[in-house]
Design a protein around this ligand. Sequence first.
Ligand SMILES: Cc1cc2nc3c(=O)[nH]c(=O)nc-3n(C[C@H](O)[C@H](O)[C@H](O)COP(=O)(O)OP(=O)(O)OC[C@H]3O[C@@H](n4cnc5c(N)ncnc54)[C@H](O)[C@@H]3O)c2cc1C
Length: 518
Amino acid sequence: MPNDYDAIVIGSGLGGLTAGALFAHAGHRVLVLEQNDSFGGAATTYHRGAMTIEASLHETAGPRATSDPKGEIFEALDLYQDIELVPVGDFQEVRCPLIGAPLVIPHGIDALRERLTERFPHEAGPIRRFLKRVGSTQSAIQFLMEKHDSLWWLAHSAELPFRLWPVLRDMRSSVSQVLERYFGGNEAIKFALAANLPYYADDPDQMWWLIYAVAQGGFIQGGGNYIKGGSQVLSDKLVDRIREGGGEALSGQTAVEILLGGQGEVSGVRYRPRAGGENVVAHAPVVFANASPHAVENMLPSAERDSFMAPYRGKPLSTSLVSITLGLNRRPSELGLSAYSTMIIPEWMERLSDFKHGAGLFAEMPSGRLPALGVCDYSRIDSGLIDGELFPVSIAGADRLTNWDGLSDADYHSKKNAWLDTVIGRLDEEWPGFAGAVVQSDMATARTMHHFLNTPGGAVYGFAPNVPEQSLLSGPPRTPKTSIKGLWLASSYAGMGGFSGAIGSGGWAAKAALHEFV
Ligand SMILES: Cc1cc2nc3c(=O)[nH]c(=O)nc-3n(C[C@H](O)[C@H](O)[C@H](O)COP(=O)(O)OP(=O)(O)OC[C@H]3O[C@@H](n4cnc5c(N)ncnc54)[C@H](O)[C@@H]3O)c2cc1C
């Protein structure tokens, strides 16, 4: 069967678009199929009345941060010329009863050490040692990621244990374990250092320390950034790269079947136009699955499903998020919001481990307890989202699909509205006058994520970034490679979640596929 394309990408999230753009950049013809009407998956903006709503991004580490995979990919695709990354200033403000007065967490290791030591003078030594550990873990991971041949590794074998010690030592440690080692029972300082944990995971007892060190370490070192104009700008530029390379990107097209050839290799994709009409078949020897493995399973012939799913079955999924956008008729700074990003840790959380009880709260009608909330004021920076006199504030909190299971549409909407009112009420306690300034609102839940992204459990970061069950020496915990020749995962599920993780996974998938592509 002649090929129509060199590669087909199922789904237009950042992982899929990155893989597609890199493949196109290498001179190959790519087709992107996206079930929704717009491209980008979670990296999307949309409009509600006069308000532009950012579907996901609060902040992402700068592409030039140590160990951040975006840098190499931005370089390769020449994205720096089209994407303006706006620094968000201080990393975040933490409002936590255990800490006392709001604590502004700056970026920069030295600045952070000074700020924390001012607030926790008795912990000066542990703070210094902890931040040093974050830095040395980052350097060790950076060192591991450098490209060298086997001769080089042999020549440097004597220094390897020393260089890699920070990784080796904590290869099986959770965030809670490492924080406990440095700060014992001082939960306040743990919240100061990990207040934004729900952006990565909902359980610090399970979350892998190395991911915290790389991701949080990247923010601590280089600060956070927003993409001017919204995450849609990045997704659209990646689509442009695919089209500039002679490829096509089609929205409103749901992939329903992955076709295999006589040797069990990928040969094409059957897809269904949302507008109706006949299913369409496109042939290609490479398929990048940006859709979750759970969605891909149903696209495969039944004989292939078990072996395809074997690496993924039973793997815990990442957290989902509730995402609320409020349009205010006044600048949030006039109401007292003083940071781009603020984390509100609720009174009932007395230990860092209490984060794990946050995601389940939306299962009930509101009764006083709220999860930790991340609040983002887009008008504090030149975000490109402000239009006229409506100022968007975005709020995120951990959620899971089971919280909204089995509800009729009417019950779902009334429960959602009750929670929306509760969250607005909580923000009004923090910043009096806030509720009165809200003139527009929009709320997405794990159910929205599940529906819109076709992701199991509403997971927004792929698999949970937990301590891996196997040692790193037996191979990386994730890979884009699948049991089917020519089929590659290109999404958070192949590596890590978040903007950096999904882009990095797409880059990894493209590299692996190009290596095999003849
Ligand atoms: C509210 C929220 C806040 C966030 N905040 C941040 C943040 O501040 N910083 C950060 O780094 N990350 C953040 N993230 C996480 C980040 O957005 C995601 O981890 C990342 O964008 C996921 O990219 P992905 O490539 O894995 O796929 P997704 O974005 O999940 O995209 C998958 C795509 O596949 C499509 N698809 C699925 N099935 C099919 C099919 N059969 N046919 C065709 N198309 C299909 C879907 O429609 C979707 O477009 C946030 C996420 C959310 C939801």
